[in-house]
Design a protein around this ligand. Structure first.
Ligand code: ATP
Length: 362
């Protein structure tokens, strides 16, 4: 997959700019602090995920004193071009493919498939289970419409169930019907999440030795609230057991909305035992591993966004990262210093200087 053209209008500190990018090329952006490097990466990420990786306040993406912003992209996927556009106005997103409005987010997310690696990723190990579930869900949503539909159906059932549990004259029959339907969705979601984590780790494990000096073993497990064997019966039993507790607490106390992914270094949770360097190596292997499984599932690499990661990596890891970037993958890298051209060997690479929301090829 390639981003061939990007247009930003009133996006953060970009007034109105349009840029063309070479397919399968590494694009390096450098410039001083606060010039718009991360903003550019954020724009591409937003087109991919329909959300920012650094704010949940969508209005902060619009340039100060402006009423709206828009992002347009010409992408190439499996040899075909497609035009995507997002307009954000009064905190609402309006989506278009070519000129046609798109109503469902699921019909837009993942059309531009980008994966991001940024310094804040280190927080993934420490943050709440919710952010780890969200990470997995975003990736699965980009890969599967069935997953997106099932997850959204489950979330609406969960809301209904919680609303019901808050009522004084609780309808037991309705509660059981909703629970039955939730179990059906949960079976799909649990198996897809667990399968995805396994495949992801199988790839990441192969890449980890390139970024680590030691011979640690990395792994990740998907932890759900019931035992795996006889999943359906176990889910039923878990809900039956928790009915009274749910009624008492007036909310659904068990379910996949409490699941977690635990990342392990030599069998122990990495957030408890890992050094900063080990966590970075783990993340590098995870991000490139993710690109690899996306390639295996879709037969094309996603776009890789590397925001300010070079300042976090020692020269050996920087070099290993560049050398392990698949040749057909389009990459966008930001840094405060120009990156040494020799590191890219015979790879197609372009350099840009960013200043005050504007970029210039150098
Ligand atoms: N909504 C907005 N409207 C106008 N300017 C904005 C808006 N949001 C952020 N900015 C400006 O964008 C700039 C920050 O851009 P960005 O985060 O991309 O910096 P950067 O080049 O990645 O810097 P660093 O190297 O420090 O990470 C700041 O000057 C900030 O004031």
């Amino acid at each position: 997959m390639n981003l061939k053209r990007l247009e930003l209008v009133h996006f953060r500190n970009y007034h109105k700019s349009s840029y063309r990018f070479e397919p399968a090329c590494i694009h390096c952006f450098y410039g001083n602090n606060a010039q718009g490097k991360t903003n550019l990466i954020e724009a591409i990420y937003f087109l991919s995920h329909l959300r920012s990786f650094r704010t949940s306040h969508i209005d902060s993406l619009t340039m100060h004193q402006k009423e709206w912003m828009s992002l347009s992209a010409l992408i190439e996927s499996h040899g075909h071009d497609e035009q995507l556009k997002i307009v954000v106005s009064q905190k609402k997103k309006h989506l278009f493919v070519y000129q046609d409005p798109v109503r469902r987010y699921s019909d837009f997310i993942g059309k531009l498939n980008a994966i991001l690696f940024c310094p804040d990723d280190m927080l993934l190990f420490q943050q709440s289970p919710r952010s780890r579930r969200r990470f997995i869900d975003m990736e699965l949503m980009k890969l599967s419409h069935t997953y997106t539909a099932t997850l959204s159906h489950f979330q609406s059932l969960l809301k209904q169930r919680n609303r019901l549990l808050k009522q004084d004259d609780l309808d037991d029959l309705l509660l059981h019907t909703l629970t039955e339907q939730m179990i059906q969705d949960e079976m799909v979601i649990i198996s897809q999440r667990a399968k995805f984590v396994k495949e992801w780790m199988d790839q990441s494990r192969l890449l980890y030795p390139f970024f680590s000096e030691q011979k640690e073993k990395i792994d990740a497990t998907y932890q759900t609230f019931v035992e795996w064997d006889h999943l359906q019966e176990n889910l039923k039993m878990a809900y039956e057991k928790s009915f009274e507790k749910d009624k008492q607490y007036r909310q659904t106390t068990y379910g996949i909305h409490k699941d977690d992914i635990v990342f392990l270094l030599n069998g122990r949770p990495i957030h408890e035992v890992g050094s900063q360097g080990q966590k970075r190596s783990f993340l590098l292997a995870m991000k490139l591993g993710l690109a690899q499984i996306i390639y295996e599932k879709t037969k094309q690499y996603p776009i890789l966004l590397l925001d300010d990661v070079f300042s976090e990596l020692d020269p050996r890891r920087q070099k290993q990262l560049i050398q392990h970037l698949p040749r057909s993958m389009q990459v966008f890298i930001t840094s405060t210093e120009p990156i040494d051209k020799q590191w890219f060997q015979d790879r197609s690479v372009r350099f840009y200087h960013i200043e005050d929301g504007s970029l210039r090829e150098v």
